[in-house]
Design a protein around this ligand. Structure first.
Ligand SMILES: *Cc1c(COP(=O)(O)O)cnc(C)c1O
Length: 398
């Protein structure tokens, strides 16, 4: 998908130069093609566009230059042949499933996936005869044991939210090959700046562009990235079923991608400092961040990621009361479930993002009442540490 002169170019060059389609106006920045449809020079050309013999645009549910530009750029960054953009991250997952699964198929999914992803599998795909089983992300023998003859897709997120568990992508890719099924990785937390699942053997990468690809909390969007053959299947679903990306959002994401590597390194550096600070704090029971050598996924993350990302969580000494007191006392961090923003966000997983889980499920997943998640943004780290100190200062002693 990328221009020949970008062959072998570095990530920052691809992020800034891949997927540019200049018009005859010679604009330097990418234009926004805010149009739903396109005019044809003649009835002959219209007929040729419709029957596919001429490759131009017809209608923006099929193709749009701004969206195509984003698709080219994210494909280049993931080292892929092709990408298709969608209206949200969930639309990317749904379109992938509609394209590649059918009634009677079985999906194996990591238990720690994004909450709405597990609802999509258990509530909606089930209605169409697709079965799903959930396994522990890091337990390779559990994945192996749960495979069935009709397993068509392995789906996971790594590192996991909020505990930073790390999946062995090379081993799971080998398992998928052996089984003859596909491995799809939701690369939302790392982005291609920190992890390239396709180079480790995955077949598909899924993105919620809403998070770090935008990076400033403005737009909803998603993408599926992989081989041209697989992406063509997904593209067919997006064109027919309609979860297309808006051209305006595509333009925002394209601009977001230009600074992706710089931002991800800065998120990682801030998160590492905050994790180390929390790790040494007397009011903290345990920190979950794969950048800490004490984290069980540290060695694996080091072998397959360029950095550890911006999301960490920790258990404060105490119960729900102490966690809530801490959260309520912080002033800089935004109390919101979103992540992947320049603005640091803080949330209490047990009563928000993971609130739908039964108490036993929370216990098994490690989502305790004293757990706090911080998605570390790009503010000055000294101010974030001061904010965390404000939190600790407000906590009643246990
Ligand atoms: C947010 C998120 C999604 C869903 O993306 P939307 O853009 O909100 O639809 C999927 N996976 C992960 C890991 C996410 O964080």
């Amino acid at each position: 998908m990328q221009d020949d002169f970008l062959e072998g170019a570095g990530i920052d060059t691809l992020a800034i130069r891949a997927g540019i389609h200049r018009t005859a106006e010679g604009e330097h920045a990418e234009p926004i093609f805010l149009t739903s449809s396109y005019v044809f020079a003649s009835a002959e050309e219209a007929a040729a566009r419709f029957d596919g013999s001429s490759p131009g645009n017809v209608y923006s549910r099929y193709t749009n230059p701004s969206v195509r530009s984003f698709e080219g750029r994210i494909a280049a960054l993931e080292g892929a042949e092709a990408a298709v953009a969608t209206s949200s991250g969930m639309a990317a997952i749904l379109a992938t499933c509609l394209a590649l699964l059918q009634s009677g198929d079985h999906v194996l999914c990591s238990r720690s996936v994004f909450g709405t992803t597990s609802v999509l599998f258990t509530k909606y795909l089930k209605k169409f005869g697709v079965a799903v089983d959930f396994v522990a992300l890091t337990d390779l023998s559990a994945w192996q044991a749960a495979l069935k003859p009709n397993t068509k897709l392995l789906f996971l997120e790594t590192p996991s939210n909020p505990l930073n568990d790390v999946a062995d992508l090379r081993a799971l890719a080998a398992m998928a090959k052996q089984q003859g099924c596909l491995l799809a990785v939701d690369n939302c937390f790392c982005t291609p700046a920190l992890q390239l699942p396709l180079t480790l053997g995955a077949d598909l990468v899924i993105h919620s562009a809403t998070k770090y690809l935008d990076g400033q909390g403005r737009c909803l969007g998603g993408a599926v990235v992989g081989s041209k053959a697989l992406i063509d299947e997904v593209l067919g679903v997006v064109r027919t079923c309609g979860p297309s990306m808006s051209p305006f959002n595509a333009w925002v994401f394209n601009k977001g991608l230009e600074t992706l590597r710089l931002r991800m390194d800065a998120h990682s550096a801030n998160a590492q400092q905050l994790a180390e600070y929390l790790h040494a704090h007397p009011q903290v029971e345990r920190v979950f961040y794969a950048g800490l050598p004490s984290h069980p996924g540290h060695a694996l993350a080091t072998s397959q990621q360029r950095g550890f990302g911006g999301v960490l969580s920790f258990r404060i000494k105490g119960e729900r009361q102490q966690a809530w007191q801490f959260i309520n006392a912080t002033k800089i961090m935004s109390l919101t479930a979103n992540l992947g923003d320049t603005k640091t966000t803080i949330v209490h997983p047990a009563t928000t993002t993971h609130g739908r889980l039964a108490p036993e499920e929370k216990q098994a997943a490690g989502i305790t009442e004293n757990l706090i998640r911080i998605a570390v943004g790009l503010e000055d780290i000294r101010d974030l540490i001061a904010d965390v100190e404000r939190g600790f200062g407000a906590v009643s002693l246990v």
